[in-house]
Design a binder for this molecule. Structure first.
Ligand code: S3P
Length: 441
């Protein structure tokens, strides 16, 4: 089977009700927390993608067993300090920055040395953002140039830290919260606002964690070494996966979609605010709160009258994984859209800001870039007919999704490589599109 897809036709108008894959951030967190809870946790609707499978393999290496029964994973934890690992343990986080960063926080007390490795893309990503604060806790961490492989050996002399996290990275914040759980005393993190699933989950588990929202940051206080009980969790849909279907619908003619049961936690839902500011009229229906998380059905209609946006950087963390696909909307909107301070995009699975600029130029859109700011000169009548080949994007799943949606909405003849990248976060992506009538070979 070739590892590329061919698209020669736009998708025809559709009217569909779909579910997207389960939330990756919540799937990873629920497994990791279950591995340090006391007793058997039951997690249903877990995302079965490579990043999450690597998380399951990781806890297994740490001596935590799990089984699967129908749609539910049962994970047996032995509490904090309950890992049972061998002298030489290597963890392979694959493509997952979230797994790699969070697991390092959980290993600050590890009795044996653990080596962390990852795939080509993860091996290019900088870990100083977690290595430096973990050293302050007293963990022994070694790495060359802050890159993988990293070796971590826990310490019996850990001390809580008082730390300012000012990147706005939920991976860093969560790593430090998890390290705080395993450290005696009160860890205090002042963190630029970012996705808050770890905090919400610990709150739901009645763990002693306090969160005070200040103007520009959250003050988080974690009391270490409190045991917590096993739990049940039903993972909702992922807005980062829904994003591609939202844009597919917006940019197709005479189409409607209802995406059911999606996590629309405000720290994740920046795309809805941004696209509604562009005139999209996306609606949230049947909203409910589940274990602190906001869940809705998302309803979207096609829209041929989108307008440009001057996007406030306040949305940057809540839409960080969605800017690629938001840029495609900007390409079809009337006027010049402006986005600022998006340097973090270049620290993801690939250098997404650089790739986005190239991609937009490739499809004939004028883009001006100044450092980490970009202006996109939209063209509402943009229609493509020539040939495009998309390759060498470090198997970044979201670049693959972006290219596919561009092909299905703008026309042209597309060859998109590295189809297997979808397995990172959304293995059923292509099947879902085909079930909506998309012609993909
Ligand atoms: C994630 C946080 C984000 C996001 C990533 C998943 C998480 O990264 O880009 O895909 O689950 O915590 P940063 O927190 O580093 O911005």
């Amino acid at each position: 089977m070739p590892n590329h897809i061919i698209i020669h036709n736009k998708i025809k108008s559709f009217n569909k009700k779909i579910k997207v894959s389960s939330d990756k951030s919540i799937s990873i967190r629920s497994i990791l927390l279950a591995s340090q809870a006391v007793g058997i946790s039951k997690i249903s609707n877990l995302l079965e993608s490579e990043d999450v499978i690597n998380t399951l393999k990781t806890i297994k290496k740490l001596g935590i067993n799990y089984t699967k029964d129908n749609n539910t994973y049962r994970i047996e934890g032995f509490g904090l300090n309950g890992f049972n690992l061998k002298k030489k343990t290597t963890i392979n986080a694959g493509n997952s920055g979230t797994l790699a960063r969070l697991i390092l926080g959980m290993l600050v007390k590890s009795k044996f040395k653990v080596k962390l490795i990852g795939d080509k893309s993860l091996s290019k990503r900088d870990f100083s953002r977690v290595i430096n604060p973990l050293k302050l806790f007293g963990a022994n961490i070694k790495s060359k140039n802050n890159l993988l492989p990293i070796e971590i050996l826990g310490s019996d002399f850990l001390r809580p830290i008082n730390y300012h996290e000012n990147i706005g990275s939920a991976q860093v914040k969560s790593c430090l919260i998890l390290a705080g759980l395993n450290t005696p005393g009160k860890t205090i993190i002042r963190s630029k606002i970012s996705r808050n699933h770890t905090e919400l989950m610990l709150n739901f588990l009645k763990y002693p964690i306090k969160i005070k929202r200040k103007k520009k940051f959250d003050k988080i206080e974690v009391e270490g070494l409190n045991q917590f009980r096993s739990f049940k969790y039903n993972v909702p849909g992922d807005i980062s996966s829904a994003a591609f279907f939202i844009v597919l619908t917006l940019l197709s003619k005479k189409s409607n979609i209802l995406i059911e049961n999606v996590n629309v936690n405000p720290s994740r839902a920046g795309i809805i605010n941004i696209l509604n500011n562009m005139g999209a009229n996306i609606k949230l229906r049947n909203t409910k709160i589940y274990n602190g998380e906001k869940i809705s059905n998302i309803s979207v209609r096609s829209n041929q009258k989108l307008k440009s946006v001057n996007c406030s950087p306040l949305h940057n963390t809540s839409a960080i994984d969605e800017f690629l696909i938001i840029f495609l909307v900007a390409a079809k909107a009337k006027g010049v859209s402006k986005f600022k301070n998006l340097g973090e995009m270049n620290k993801k699975e690939s250098k997404r800001l650089d790739i986005a600029v190239k991609f937009l130029k490739l499809i004939g859109i004028k883009v001006k870039r100044f450092n980490d700011d970009i202006s996109i000169y939209g063209n509402p009548s943009l229609e493509l007919s020539s040939s495009f080949e998309i390759k060498n994007f470090l198997k970044d799943h979201r670049i693959f999704f972006l290219s596919t949606i561009a092909a299905l909405t703008l026309g042209g003849k597309w060859k998109i490589h590295d189809k297997d990248s979808i397995n990172t976060s959304f293995p059923s992506f292509l099947d879902k599109l085909k079930s909506m009538g998309a012609k993909i070979n």
